[in-house]
Design a protein around this ligand. Structure first.
Ligand SMILES: [Zn+2]
Length: 102
C-alpha cells in the first residue's frame, strides 16, 4: 500500500474531533494519527478498514496496545472523562462489524 492514501486520511481528519477525547485534532499537541482499534499484538493490521480509526496522538499513546474495552476500563478507574466517549465508540464499532457500512 502506498503512503499517499494514508496521508490523505490524516489530512482529511485534521481539525475534526478525536473519537476518544472529542477534542479537535490539530497540531502541535493533538495531530491526527492512525490507531489499530484491535492492537497489532492480536495480529490485527491496518489493512482491514474496519480496524482503523483516526485519533489524536495523545489518545493513541495512552491507548497503546490495549483493546478498546481495556482502554475504557483503565480510563474509568482513574476517573478520566474520555471513558464514556471510548465506550460509545466501542459500541458503535461493534455495530459496524455486525453490519459493515463499506
Ligand atoms: Zn483524543
Amino acid at each position: 500500500m502506498s503512503h499517499a492514501p494514508r496521508r490523505a486520511v490524516l489530512v482529511a481528519a485534521f481539525g475534526s474531533p478525536c473519537p476518544y477525547c472529542g477534542e479537535p485534532m490539530v497540531g502541535p499537541d493533538r495531530w491526527p494519527t492512525r490507531d489499530h482499534i484491535k492492537p497489532r499484538r492480536f495480529g490485527c493490521t491496518l489493512d482491514d478498514a474496519s480496524n482503523r480509526a483516526v485519533v489524536c496522538e495523545p489518545c493513541n499513546n495512552d491507548k497503546g496496545s490495549l483493546t478498546l474495552r481495556r482502554f475504557r476500563n483503565r480510563l474509568r478507574r482513574v476517573g478520566d472523562a474520555r471513558a464514556n466517549r471510548v465506550h460509545a465508540f466501542r459500541e458503535w464499532h461493534k455495530q459496524r462489524l455486525v453490519s459493515p457500512m463499506s
